[in-house]
Write a protein that binds this ligand. Structure first.
Ligand SMILES: Cc1ncc(COP(=O)(O)O)c(C=O)c1O
Length: 374
């Protein structure tokens, strides 16, 4: 039985051998006291890489965004963000539940951007006591629901200019920030430059087991550190995890930033293979508004979104039975994400498998066995 090809997410990646060695050997301390040297080194390295004053190691991207909202926004303030973004839709309402903030969710365009005119119009009137106070703009880079589109330096600069003119900071949810950096061919500091603060994830394409880093001005990071404590994210000898992050961000053969280009090439290969199949369609929504065939040129980072003109659940079940894992996504689409565990050969096997299922030349999965009492 060939091994499973897991395209559900880049979060399924396991740490590299170099990461495991670094984790075993990491010098440690109690990070709540600020004396874990490996965490301190990771935070400093991340901040330097993105051209910011300070960094904060957090457990996840969700925690990074949440502590950023708390640190940026007094209660009763409002953030503006794209309506499909993770901060709006996929963080269990943490902005409201924990940060005490509202979100003004704006429509997004097929390139993952918000219209600058609509953004400027979304400001609340600070003199009207009925309205919340606009206190933050959040953008997501790469932008997941548009198909992992990278947002450019120019767009980031334009959004930052609108926000800054109104005295409001810009936060980037950069869960896949380095995919954007690699796809755009810019430096991390160039892409982060216009923004005030950035959260980026180490545990997605960069392949560490756990963790994200928030970077920004030192005073903001001090507030975010307090917020991290509030949400229970003060960790102790957490250098065992930060060590993997230092490997990921390192230059040289053990670093995992530059190799993201392979994931992007594999995503394009998958998109091209799928686009050639008659029963594969456009994913719809902002991922590809036009109907008809899948446009493979939209796959520029590590996401491939598509639809099939079959029952989606049944298709995914058959794919699963054939050893290929993907997930349901927005507007009835399906998402496949490439990562370090996926080779070009795997992609060819995926395309063959999808083709066989759609042509009905693969046997249907056996029905689930009835559950038995434990
Ligand atoms: C765009 C985006 N932001 C934030 C997150 C949150 O990351 P985590 O799963 O580490 O909480 C994700 C997770 O997939 C994401 O895709």
């Amino acid at each position: 039985m060939p091994s499973v090809i897991d395209l559900r997410s880049d979060t399924v990646t396991h740490p590299t051998d170099a990461m495991r060695r670094a984790m075993a050997a990491a010098p440690l301390g109690d990070d709540v006291f600020g004396d874990d040297p490996t965490v301190n080194e990771l935070e400093a390295r991340a901040a330097a890489l993105l051209g910011k004053e300070a960094g904060l190691f957090v457990a996840s991207g969700t925690m990074g965004n949440l502590v950023s909202l708390i640190a940026h926004l007094p209660r009763g303030h409002e953030a503006i963000a794209g309506e499909s973004t993770h901060t709006v839709v996929d963080e269990a309402g943490g902005h409201a539940v924990v940060a005490g903030a509202t979100i003004r969710a704006l429509p997004e365009r097929p390139d993952g951007t918000m219209d600058p005119g609509r953004l400027a119009d979304a400001w609340r009137d600070p003199d009207d006591l009925h309205e919340p106070i606009t206190g933050l703009v959040v953008i997501e880079n790469t932008h997941a629901h548009s198909g992992g589109r990278p947002l450019t330096v120019e767009y980031t600069r334009a959004v930052a200019a609108i926000a800054h003119e109104r005295g409001v900071p810009l936060h980037v949810d950069g869960a896949r920030f380095f995919n954007a950096v690699v796809a755009l061919g810019v430096t991390p500091a160039e892409l982060a430059g216009p923004a005030d603060t950035v959260t980026f994830c180490l545990s997605k394409g960069l392949s560490t087991p756990i963790g994200s880093v928030v970077v920004g001005p030192a005073a903001f990071i001090a507030r975010a550190r307090r917020a991290r404590k509030l949400v229970g994210g003060g960790m102790r000898q957490v250098g065992v995890l930060a060590a993997a992050g230092l490997v990921a961000l390192g230059n040289g053969p053990d670093g995992t930033i530059a190799r993201l280009a392979d994931d992007h090439a594999n995503a394009r290969r998958l998109a091209e293979g799928l686009a050639a199949l008659d029963a594969v369609r456009s994913p719809g929504g902002i991922a590809q508004p036009s109907e008809g065939r899948l446009d493979a040129s939209r796959a520029v980072t590590n996401f491939v979104l598509f639809r099939v003109d079959r029952d989606r659940s049944r298709f995914l079940a058959e794919l699963d039975a054939a050893g290929v894992l993907m997930v349901p996504y927005a507007n009835g689409s399906i998402r496949a994400v490439t990562h370090r565990g996926i080779t070009a050969g795997d992609i060819d096997r995926v395309v063959e498998t999808v083709d066989a299922i759609l042509k009905g030349t693969r046997p249907s999965p056996a029905p689930e066995p009835a559950p038995t009492a434990a």
